[in-house]
Design a protein around this ligand. Structure first.
Ligand SMILES: N[C@@H](CCC(=O)N[C@@H](CS)C(=O)NCC(=O)O)C(=O)O
Length: 231
């Protein structure tokens, strides 16, 4: 069965990136449907995905559901061997906690630094709330890696759904030149170099012109290949 996934602008829709990675990064076949956020085409597309009203939303054939976290859990139930969550029960619990914290939190970071995969911006000082969130990310990322004995770049061993949830955060840190610890920067760089993330960014860059309503009037710099590249 092929699933159909409703998605928004790949350059700007961070939840769409998460939803897309939950399929593409775990080799689960799917068909992507894109529509620009806020457009008539978006409203029409979402009518087909009712009762979901936001992206990502998935038509599983027998049921339609929205919300990235529910999609992750549904995919894990339907595809237990795809590796969405770690096999080790403790590592799995940590991964779920990380994804849930991302899903429900980090609002100042998300509001102040919206994902833009077309442009990278010169670093600016961050306010206290955002600085505290960056310290929180550093802490939970380091904790997960230590608790899961992660030897590679990802948080809980092999790439899992928790990493997919943090991919747009990595894009924000890299794109806005937000300063983070060396270990957090290495994690961000792993996302930038992840082939699935790069595939999505190619889709984003090919998705017509930039949308002025999402563009920010800030000094630009080239898109980074590493989080250590601060202007
Ligand atoms: N909690 C939801 C958030 C989804 C969300 O906010 N999606 C945005 C795009 S990034 C959306 O569909 N916005 C369209 C709208 O609000 O009409 C999830 O985890 O999937």
């Amino acid at each position: 069965m092929t699933y159909t996934v409703a998605l928004g602008d790949p350059s700007y829709s961070s939840w769409s990136l998460r939803g897309w990675l939950l399929f593409a990064r775990f080799n689960i076949p799917f068909t992507a449907r894109f529509a620009p956020l806020g457009s008539a085409a978006f409203s029409e597309m979402m009518q087909e995905f009712a009762p979901a009203r936001k992206v990502p939303a998935v038509n599983f054939g027998d049921v339609i559901i929205g919300d990235s976290l529910a999609i992750a859990e549904e995919l894990a139930s339907r595809h237990p061997d795809a590796g969405l969550w770690p096999d080790n029960p403790q590592h799995r619990a940590i991964a779920r906690s990380l994804a849930a914290e991302m899903h429900s939190g980090f609002l100042p970071l998300r509001r102040g630094y919206p994902m833009d995969l077309r442009e990278a911006f010169a670093a600016r000082p961050v306010d206290e709330d955002v600085a505290a969130e960056l310290r929180r990310l550093e802490y939970i990322w380091d904790h997960a890696r230590a608790a899961c004995n992660s030897e590679g770049p990802w948080l809980c061993g092999a790439y899992c759904a928790a990493d997919a949830f943090f991919a747009p955060v990595a894009a924000r840190i890299a794109g806005f030149g937000l300063k983070v610890s060396d270990s957090a920067a290495a994690y961000v760089t792993a996302h930038l170099n992840d082939p699935a993330f790069q595939d999505w960014r190619r889709i984003a860059l090919a998705d017509g012109p930039a949308r002025p309503e999402f563009s920010r009037d800030l000094p630009r710099r080239p898109w980074p290949v590493s989080a250590a590249e601060h202007p």
